[in-house]
Write a new protein. Structure first.
Length: 209
């Protein structure tokens, strides 16, 4: 919970802009962290957010993968997917009873975590796209091992990509910015990430067993 900021706090607190620049994340991400209690925060008498300098500096010293952007966990409906629509997919019925399904669900959770970190990093960090391609390759190999066709593999990917694009509410850890230019940049980042997964998936599927 945030508390009231007073002028006596001096340089112990940073403005939203100062803190977001130090951490390399967007202002909207930092607001969420403060509101969720992940970063000590106070408000000025005018309602502006101030973030504890020491906590920001500690967080800035971490590796990017340690930033507080956990992957959503739980069943597909917790991510915003329509389970009834998923159950109607022919490829899903063919794959559901085969071994490896749980491993592939774990890959999906890993990709969501990477996507959140890819979106929130400023400036962009190409390592997340590399990891997305690597996870995609693993997914492609798992699909082939499960007996799926390349058609089923790509169809499954497109279903999840389309589902995320059509979410009425944002995914946990990803806020839709009100500014049109920022929203366009967000969409471009998501598209780049999804493209990396698809290319990795096809490459993994085509690898020799």
């Amino acid at each position: 919970m945030s508390t009231e900021y007073t002028s006596n706090d001096g340089g112990e607190w940073l403005s939203l802009r100062e803190a977001s620049e130090l951490l390399g994340v967007t202002a909207s991400t930092l607001r969420r962290w403060g509101d969720a209690g992940r970063l000590p925060m106070k408000r000025t008498l005018g309602g502006h957010r101030r973030f504890q300098r020491a906590a920001v500096l500690r967080l800035a010293g971490r590796e990017p993968d340690a930033l507080p952007a956990p992957a959503p966990e739980g069943p597909p409906h917790a991510w915003g997917l329509d389970e009834r629509e998923l159950a109607r997919q022919a490829w899903h019925a063919r794959l559901a009873a085969r071994p490896g399904t749980q491993r592939m669900r774990g890959l999906g959770q890993r990709l969501l975590g990477l996507l959140i970190q890819h979106i929130n990093r400023r400036p962009a960090d190409g390592r997340y796209l590399e990891e997305a391609r690597a996870v995609g390759r693993h997914y492609g190999r798992e699909m082939r091992a499960a007996g799926a066709s390349i058609h089923d593999t790509v169809e499954a990917f497109l279903f999840f990509r389309r589902s995320f694009s059509q979410l009425a509410a944002p995914l946990p850890g990803i806020a839709i910015p009100p500014d049109l230019l920022e929203a366009a940049e967000l969409r471009a980042r998501i598209d780049d990430f999804m493209d990396a997964i698809l290319l990795g998936t096809i490459a993994g599927f085509e690898e020799q067993a």
